[in-house]
Structures are given as C-alpha cells and as structure tokens.
Design a protein around this ligand. Structure first.
Ligand SMILES: Cc1cc2nc3c(=O)[nH]c(=O)nc-3n(C[C@H](O)[C@H](O)[C@H](O)COP(=O)(O)OP(=O)(O)OC[C@H]3O[C@@H](n4cnc5c(N)ncnc54)[C@H](O)[C@@H]3O)c2cc1C
Ligand code: FES
Length: 281
C-alpha cells in the first residue's frame, strides 16, 4: 500500500480561470530529477488523486487532469469551495506548497483497444477523466469512443481548451441545462442522463465499458439507466468522492460501509457500489 503522510514540496507553475470559480493549475514537484521520493508520482495512474497541502490551512484531495511528466509537472482543475481551495487561489505563481500521493485505485488500466467506450462526465467530474481521454485519443487505443459532458450553464463549462481539441477527435456530446447564450448547433439542451438514449444509439454495438464521474445523483441515475439498458454492472465504473483526512486507509473519514474510498476507490464498479447503498450515506 502507498503510505505517504509527509508532503513533498510543489511549486505553483501557472494557472488560468476555466469555468465559474474554477482554475486549471500546473504544479511542479520540486527537485523532481534529484529525489527518489518522486518515483511513486511518476507511476501515477489516470483517476488516482493526491492531497494538496496548504501550510497552516489544511489538506484536500484532487485528481490529476495531467499526470506528472518527467520534469515532475502535473495539472489539476480546482473549484474554489472552502478553506484549502481559497488559500490556493490566494497563492501566486512561484509559491511553494505541499502534496502527498498519488493515492487510490484509478480507472481500469487494462488494454481497451478492442473496446467500445462510453465516458460520461458531469461538472467537475470532467477532471478525473481528462488525462484518460487525452491518453485514449493520443494512442487511439479504442474501437469506438463517445463522450458526454454535462454542465449546468455556459458559466460552469470547464476544461474549455481541452474540450475544443477533443471535439475534433471523437464524438463529443456537450449537454447544458440552461442554454442561455448558447448555440444549439454546438450544445445539446438537457442533462447527462437525458442524452444517453441518443448516445447509445450512436454505438454500432453496446458499449463494452462505461466510465462515469460527476455529482453522485447524476452518476447513480446514469449507472441505473445503463444497467437497465443491459450493460454489465461490472463494466460500469464510477469515481466516488468522500471527505478525506489521511488518504491512506487509517482514519475512517472516507468510509463507505465496508470500503474505504481513499484506498479501495475512488473508482468503483456499479456492481461494487449497489450493495454499499451510496445514496443512503
Ligand atoms: C478523490 C477526490 C478527488 C477530488 N478531485 C477534485 C478535483 O479534481 N477538483 C476539485 O475541485 N475538487 C475535487 N475534489 C473535491 C475537493 O477535495 C473538495 O472540494 C475539498 O473539500 C475542497 O477543500 P476546501 O478546504 O477548499 O473546502 P471545504 O472547506 O472542505 O468544503 C467547503 C464546502 O464544500 C463542501 N464539500 C467539501 N467536499 C465535498 C465533497 N466531496 N462533496 C460534497 N460537498 C463537499 C463542504 O461540506 C463545505 O460546504 C475531490 C474529492 C475527492 C474525494
Ligand atoms: S481518508 Fe482516512 S481512511 Fe480514507
């Protein structure tokens, strides 16, 4: 088990606003070339997370939108909601903060080149899927890939530069609830679940695997719909969020009945989650 309770220093390299109250950050592990402390970071996998540590404030978990490269640089999309994210938004380029990780079980790592894949992201849920979408597109390691991205309004659309690229590479359904100031040629009105019949119709055969991240209600409704459509619950993966403290399976803050979200997840199959009754927690 990965067991890191001591943060390593990271530098804020740059950031830009990317959606309401949201910024896309680029960080750099300090002394990435000199320290063997960073071996684990270079093995980080899509869908895993790290703890961002703001000295004197606290820690919070975030997923990688880009995994650490050889220079130790990685990216994360951060929505400002409370004390840790507020303190990060007050940091300047060049400031040094901390990070622990990488932690958890990410998206499946096996070969998907012969598979038909459906990805469904809602709101900030696009963050844990971004590095996977990039890898799939860059390596063309799929038979068919369709992506749904749902947002509440124009202001909350995130990862705008990345989506511009993806839309040119794979069928990409951007669905928005409030279509004010948006063009119906580019965006579908509605919700992630509402668009599923249309997206499933675009598959030559039923998808082999579905990866979902976003608000819990949306993920559950999508998983239920897809399971009822006939997709094996073991092939439907969801990224679950819970409050975290240690991130290494010690404190129990992230407990989901008999499972720890920090070490057993954050990615679970729908077959694993149904008996855990996440909707009742
Ligand atoms: C595995 C994992 C990956 C994550 N990845 C990202 C990411 O890539 N980008 C991102 O912006 N956020 C992500 N989050 C959520 C992020 O960790 C929380 O928003 C975090 O609490 C922010 O810390 P804070 O101190 O700024 O806010 P806090 O002071 O902790 O919280 C402020 C408010 O948000 C509420 N809140 C906090 N966390 C959650 C939650 N998980 N679900 C519902 N309400 C919550 C609190 O109840 C409070 O009202 C992730 C969470 C997990 C568990
Ligand atoms: S966060 Fe401590 S056990 Fe998961």
């Amino acid at each position: 088990m990965m067991f890191s309770l001591t943060p390593v220093p990271i530098e804020v390299l740059d950031f830009y606003d990317d959606g309401q109250d949201t910024r896309h950050y680029r960080f750099r592990l300090m002394d990435a070339d000199k320290s063997n402390k960073h071996v684990a970071w270079h093995k980080a996998q899509n869908g895993q997370f790290f703890m961002l540590c703001l000295p004197g404030i606290g820690e919070a978990p975030f997923t990688f939108t880009e995994l650490p490269n050889e220079a130790g640089e990685f990216r994360a999309l951060v929505r400002q909601v409370g004390s840790v994210t507020h303190a990060l938004f007050n940091c300047s380029v060049g400031d040094v903060i901390g990070a622990r990780g990488p932690f958890g079980r990410g998206w499946p790592v096996d070969d998907m080149s012969k598979e038909r894949l459906l990805i469904v992201a809602g709101g900030c849920g696009i963050a844990p899927l971004a590095s996977l979408i990039n890898r799939l597109i860059d390596t063309q390691s799929f038979t068919q890939l369709e992506v749904v991205y749902a947002a509440r309004s124009r202001a909350t659309l995130m990862l705008n530069p990345e989506r511009d690229r993806w839309q040119h590479c794979v069928p990409f359904f951007t669905v928005v609830e409030d279509m004010t100031d948006l063009n119906e040629q580019e965006f579908y009105p509605g919700t992630a679940v509402g668009i599923l019949p249309k997206v499933l119709h675009a598959f030559a055969e039923q998808p082999d695997r579905v990866l979902i991240a976003g608000p819990e209600g949306m993920m559950e409704a999508a998983a239920e719909y897809l399971a009822a459509y006939g997709i094996d619950p073991q092939s439907i993966y969801l990224s679950v969020e819970r409050r975290m403290h240690c991130a290494v399976g010690l404190c129990g803050h992230c407990y989901l009945q008999s499972r720890y979200v920090c070490t057993d997840g954050p990615t679970f199959t729908w077959a694993e989650l149904v008996p855990l009754h996440i909707d009742e927690q």
